[in-house]
Design a protein around this ligand. Structure first.
Ligand code: ZN
Length: 310
């Protein structure tokens, strides 16, 4: 078992329209856009990051909005629901707010003894808010949502798998423990994590594989403190038989990727250097930041990319 992983780092999904995506996460959910950049491999597509004030690991939802992308088809082998932590007693506020804005899929429920509100993102993305007592993470409150209601960061992701056995073993190897098992759903916890400490593993043996598209999660990233710890994780995973990519510089963190037995793409990302490496904290996410290899495309991209509010 390894001990370097400290919970979730970010979740990356695909979307259709960048402006709709931007409004949903900033205006409606009240997150801060902490970076406006482009996809390293397709620089004509935005890469948008939403999180707390500084984009702390465990708070950051990121998107690739591909204009006119068809919706994905939910299924197995993917993250089905991304869950955010909100204060106790705040779900009534959220239910009113989301229903007034015509958000789809609203459903109040309880899971593992916690009150939860499921809802859909603009492309049918699976989201939920769950009430958590004493989440110590400081929320971003300048997005129009006060401290009694604002999102604290991720609570968990819910992975839907045809056969969960090997993935549960992998998560245990990564440092997770089974906290609870109810009706076949396993809630795994990362002891001593960064706050985004849970993963629900949901077996769905009779459901076919998801077809990725707009509204689908592309990958889920786990946090390690620094590059040294990341190399230790990479070595351990490779010795266990996983094929892991070399370390890739993503400007705001370093990343390694590997495909899990259940089909979900995992990343292990460093907490360093963070989103303030090229912008003042006061102005994070306002200007279009480009990776250095795409700097020469700036005039073209500024014309091509849809302008975003905020
Ligand atoms: Zn990533």
């Amino acid at each position: 078992m390894i001990s370097q992983i400290k919970g979730l780092h970010h979740v990356t999904s695909m979307a259709d329209d960048a402006r709709t995506n931007n409004r949903f996460f900033t205006d409606l959910l009240g997150l801060r856009r902490v970076k406006k950049t482009v996809n390293f491999d397709a620089p004509d597509v935005y890469h948008l990051y939403y999180g707390d004030e500084t984009g702390m690991p465990g708070t950051v939802m990121t998107y690739f909005p591909f204009p006119k992308m068809a919706r994905g088809r939910p299924g197995t082998g993917e993250v089905g629901t991304t869950v955010f932590s909100v204060p106790k007693g705040s779900l009534g506020f959220w239910s009113d707010r989301l229903s007034k804005q015509g958000v789809d899929g609203l459903k109040q429920d309880e899971r593992f003894g916690q009150k939860r509100l499921d809802f859909a993102g603009p492309d049918g993305d699976g989201f939920a808010l769950v009430e958590v007592e004493n989440d110590q993470r400081a929320p971003w409150t300048q997005g129009g949502i006060d401290v009694d209601h604002a999102i604290r960061g991720f609570h968990s992701v819910d992975m839907r798998l045809r056969d969960e056995g090997a993935t549960v073993e992998l998560l245990k190897y990564m440092g997770y423990e089974v906290a609870e098992d109810r009706d076949g759903v396993k809630r795994m916890i990362m002891p001593g994590g960064n706050g985004a400490d849970f993963i629900d593993v949901e077996p769905m043996p009779n459901i076919s594989r998801a077809l990725p598209g707009a509204g689908s999660v592309h990958h889920v990233a786990f946090a390690v403190e620094n590059r040294e710890k990341q190399l230790e994780v990479r070595k351990a995973l490779m010795e266990t038989g996983y094929q892991v990519t070399p370390v890739i510089d993503r400007d705001y963190f370093w990343a390694i990727y590997f495909r899990t037995p259940g089909g979900v793409l995992f990343e292990v990302a460093t907490n360093e250097p963070g989103f303030d490496r090229d912008e003042d904290t006061a102005h994070l996410g306002e200007a279009l930041m480009l990776p250095k290899q795409h700097q020469h495309l700036r005039p073209l991209l500024e014309q091509h990319l849809e302008p975003l509010e905020g």
